[in-house]
Design a protein around this ligand. Structure first.
Ligand SMILES: O=C(CO)[C@H](O)[C@H](O)COP(=O)(O)O
Ligand SMILES: [Fe+2]
Length: 227
């Protein structure tokens, strides 16, 4: 029998108001986020630059929720300890970011953190077959990484199902990131995911009074609850 971990909603602070980042992290945590998704981009692995470990560390004190750090950087290994010391709980590296994925995953666990591996849309699930027991989280990218606000790639649903089959009964989160909304959340969860990242769908308008309702709407849609 396949055991799926509990549903988690992980707002991406990439879509937050950076001028008020600490307050935005606190607001999203109080609004019901399960994980805080932190997108780190280097302008090399992806065509955009966001922020690094010092900025993440500066807002770490805003909540004690799990910091789910998505590294879109290459190389990754020289920076892992900065993110671990800076307060990351889960550190996810891309399978495409370097030739030694197994070493990177082991390095994250040696730092006492949960190790995640992310797959770009063009990378097959088979790329992580031989490291699946070294992972605590698998992240299926449902857009090409680099920017918030893109549309969900429909083929991702097949890939999520393949990743779920690979994970089987292991205690591993299956996360989906990119273009997640209340409209596709149910299909994503039915395909086998349990962690939904959403940036623009939650932070739209940067109005904290709407965050709890946006998170609740996605959570209810994902569970098939009629509201
Ligand atoms: O990793 C990312 C982009 O590379 C972001 O987490 C993702 O795009 C979230 O934003 P949105 O929900 O607006 O698509
Ligand atoms: Fe992300």
């Amino acid at each position: 029998m396949t055991v799926t971990r509990p549903l988690r909603i992980a707002p991406s602070i990439l879509s937050a108001d950076f001028a008020r980042l600490g307050a935005e992290v606190q607001a999203i945590a109080e609004a019901g986020a399960d994980y805080i998704h932190v997108d780190v981009m280097d302008g090399h692995f992806v065509p955009n630059i966001s922020f690094g470990a010092p900025v993440m560390n500066a807002v770490r004190g805003a909540t004690d929720k799990i910091f789910d750090v998505h590294l879109m950087i290459a190389p990754t290994d020289p920076y892992l300890s900065d993110f671990a010391k800076g307060g990351a709980d889960i550190i996810t590296v891309h399978a495409e970011a370097g030739p030694h994925l197994h070493r990177s995953l082991q390095a994250i666990r040696a730092l006492g953190k949960k190790a995640g591996v992310a797959l770009n849309p063009a990378t097959p699930v088979s790329a992580i077959e031989h490291v699946i027991d070294d992972c605590d989280l698998v992240l299926v990218m449902s857009v090409n990484p680099g920017f918030g606000g893109q549309s969900f790639i429909p083929e991702s649903l097949n890939k999520i199902a393949q990743a779920r089959a690979l994970i089987g009964g292991r205690d591993i989160d299956l996360e989906v990131d990119g273009g997640v909304t209340a409209d596709n959340a149910r299909a994503i969860v039915q395909a086998g995911a349990n962690v939904l990242v959403a940036g623009s769908a939650i932070y739209a308008g940067n109005d904290p009074t709407t965050y709890a309702e946006r998170i609740r709407t996605i959570r209810h849609a994902a569970t098939g609850m009629v509201v």
